[in-house]
Design a protein around this ligand. Structure first.
Ligand SMILES: [Zn+2]
Length: 182
């Protein structure tokens, strides 16, 4: 069984996709940093992990990976809004999600909200989130996308920076738990 852990957007490569940019930060750098922290924790726990590469477009990663019913698939993003006070964490699951996808998403948002001490905006389906259809959600396995916090909110980013190691440990623990369920 394998965990597929990816960073939304790519900071390097021929076609750089920085994601949201705010407060002098690029979303792609934050997602890579957080993915690396979570992957390091999973490897300590002897969980087999496949990740995207920093110069790889998301579409190419999704084409490359072969997930199965025994996979946990998780991608990190940071949210952005015009208002610098928009705050909180959100997780997303597919419109075709089953009980485990939804439970996994809920646990991710709850843990992030608790550790960063920011609002829990909830676990939403693709259609509730108005983000359109997400290719990630068409992958087999237990799948979720976590918008950790708002890159556009300085206090969200401060909370992230102060607690990212603790959050990475907790997220790894949740991933390992769902890996063991399937
Ligand atoms: Zn993103």
């Amino acid at each position: 069984m394998t965990a597929f852990i990816s960073a939304g957007h790519n900071p390097k490569g021929i076609k750089v996709d920085p994601g949201a940019v705010a407060n002098g930060l690029r979303e792609a750098d934050l997602t890579v940093e957080f993915r690396n922290l979570v992957v390091a924790e999973l490897l300590k726990r002897k969980v087999k992990v496949i990740t995207d590469k920093d110069d790889e477009r998301l579409g190419d990663y999704l084409k490359r990976i072969k997930t199965g019913s025994g996979s946990v698939v998780l991608e990190f993003h940071f949210d952005a809004a015009l208002s610098p006070t928009a705050t909180g964490t959100t997780s997303l699951y597919g419109n075709d999600a089953d009980r485990l996808d939804i439970a996994f998403s809920k646990e991710l948002a709850e843990a992030t909200s608790k550790i960063l001490k920011i609002k829990n905006r909830g676990a939403l389906s693709e259609s509730q989130s108005h983000r359109g259809s997400l290719g990630l959600m068409r992958k087999e396995g237990i799948v979720s996308l976590l918008e950790v916090c708002f890159i556009s909110n300085p206090s969200d980013i401060k909370a992230y920076n102060e607690n990212k190691k603790e959050l990475a440990v907790k997220i790894a623990e949740i991933v390992e738990h769902y890996e063991n369920l399937i």
